[in-house]
Design a protein around this ligand. Sequence first.
Ligand code: MG
Ligand code: ZN
Length: 452
Amino acid sequence: MRNKVWVVIVICILAVGGIIGISGLTSDAVSSKADDTSPDNEKVKNVIVLIGDGMGPSYTTAYRYMKDNPSTQQMEETVFDQYLTGMAKTYSNDKDENVTDSAAAATAMAAGIKTYNGAISVDKNEQPVETVLEAAKKNGKSTGLVSTSQITHATPGAFGAHNESRDNYDEIADDYYDEMIDGKHKIDVMLGGGVDNFDRDDRNLINEFKNDGYHYVTTAEDMNNNKNARLLGLFAQVGMKKAIDREPSTPSLAEMTNAALKQLNKNEDGFFLMVEGSQIDWGGHDNDAVSVMSEMDDFAKAFQAAIAYAKEHGDTQVIMTADHSTGGLSIGRDGDYNFDTEAIKAAKRTPEYMAEQIIDGASVEYILNKYVTFDLTDTELTDVKKAAATEDVDTLHQAISDVFNERAGIGFTTGGHTGVDVPVYAYGPHSERFSGLIENTDIANEVFTFVR
Ligand code: MG
Ligand code: ZN
């Protein structure tokens, strides 16, 4: 009798449990908890964070105009658009400046804290704060930094180093070598510019890395042929050339991204990779729309490379955003309601490149004929010649930039940054965590949950 009662009770428990289980599954599939909405609850093994430095919302919109097919009424989507998930607030924690610089913003995205402008993953008291790259390394993952600036610049620096000032490029390079995690160098793949910060009078970090098993490359070909899991590639003394000025021996950002992924992919425990389109920002500081679009295009192809990898490897989370906007770039200027993208596309080199050639002795007419597909008006030519007569490369660079900006209808309001929110894009198992209006620090805090 007693046994029968127990059997009935057990059957009842099983039946009720089954019903709860089924309804539980159903309700999970329909509504879900905020921190775990992935239908298959997939674990993230690899993380790729891409940062378009200075790439505020007017930049991604301008890029859409640039890529539009004029023979259709609709303005087609860019390679970014379908992955848009939200917007990020960028303000820093700085008593004098509430518009962020790249160091404070990168620290927010790398270490999850708001700090002062110029800080490289240190807090307000100049104390180091662990970064997502370091947490990934500590957890047995491989790590990489890729940029078109010197690899010691603020954005990559905040992922791989700690310093009270972004200006201490050499000390940031020292950190990459000296700060070990479990007896190993913390960054497995470093690709970008910055020979000057590695090969110095006081220290040769290139040789130090080579002695510790890193393969060192300086050309696209050697980088693409690399088979070593630890790779240092430096392709310029300081920053790399803008994409449209680069020689074929110098890699694109997409090539560097793929070269990094090829090695990082070897680690069964996964990897963390940060890829930066560093010089979108530099084009913005220079108020040079041609350079901006050159660097946006380079960055877009790197983004596509990251997405392609993630589509092949479902345990990969891609997050892409900007650290801030730069220059106050506007689509439309001086009361005109038009952005003529053909004026930007008419430049075959950047205004900076043209200015340097003229300062080096080439004639204004020869250079403009060679690298610009439209004929300048007499007024435009006079303005450029006047600037050339100053023999100041920056003045001439600006004068040539102005020809393109004015024809195109692209405006700028500042040589510095602006405090607007920036778009956030994501692809992968937990993209929903990057949706809505977020803080830039949320990016690090979510990435920590993937890499720890
Ligand atoms: Mg940067
Ligand atoms: Zn900047």
